[in-house]
Design a protein around this ligand. Structure first.
Ligand SMILES: [Zn+2]
Length: 158
């Protein structure tokens, strides 16, 4: 029974290329024609990539690209389709508002049916109505309470 030949995959060949492969892989590479061929291939590819100089950026081309981008943005802003979409979104929001709007009504529950849940609902409604009717924001009341207490104290001191 012969051992299956464990050829080096590209990853291990690349490790060999950078001198970071294992000793066993290195030995196989030098003994195996198939792996040696692939290794030479990778080596040539790497040489080509290193030799290829990145093209220097052409100022004129960059300017043209920038102009094209700006023109595209300008077109997007002026495009009537976009305006129609905006108008449509606004109309949709108004429609949703109309659909969601319900005139405020006091809970119409018969007095006999009052249980804790209904009472709390009514209480909530009452509280909300009171809060909406107030001119002073409810959050300011504790502060005002401090002033009232201060005057009371002063009155008591006198
Ligand atoms: Zn091999």
């Amino acid at each position: 029974m012969t051992q299956p030949i464990d050829h080096l995959d590209d990853e291990r060949l690349l490790l060999e290329l950078y001198g970071a492969g294992s000793e066993a892989d290195n030995r196989h590479l030098h003994a195996c024609p198939a792996c040696s061929a692939r290794f030479a291939e990778l080596k040539a590819q790497r040489a080509r990539l290193l030799a290829a100089q990145p093209a220097p950026p052409d100022a004129g081309r960059l300017r043209a690209q920038r102009a094209a981008v700006w023109a595209q943005i300008g077109n997007g802003r002026r495009r009537p389709v976009w305006r129609a979409l905006q108008a449509g979104a606004l109309a949709g929001a108004v429609l949703a508002g109309v659909l969601l709007y319900r005139p405020a009504q006091p809970p119409s529950t018969p007095p006999a049916a009052h249980d804790v849940a209904h009472l709390s609902d009514e209480q909530l409604f009452e509280d909300l109505a009171t809060m909406l009717a107030r001119e002073t924001p409810l959050a300011a009341e504790p502060l005002m309470g401090l002033f009232v207490a201060g005057t009371d104290n002063e009155v008591q001191k006198q």
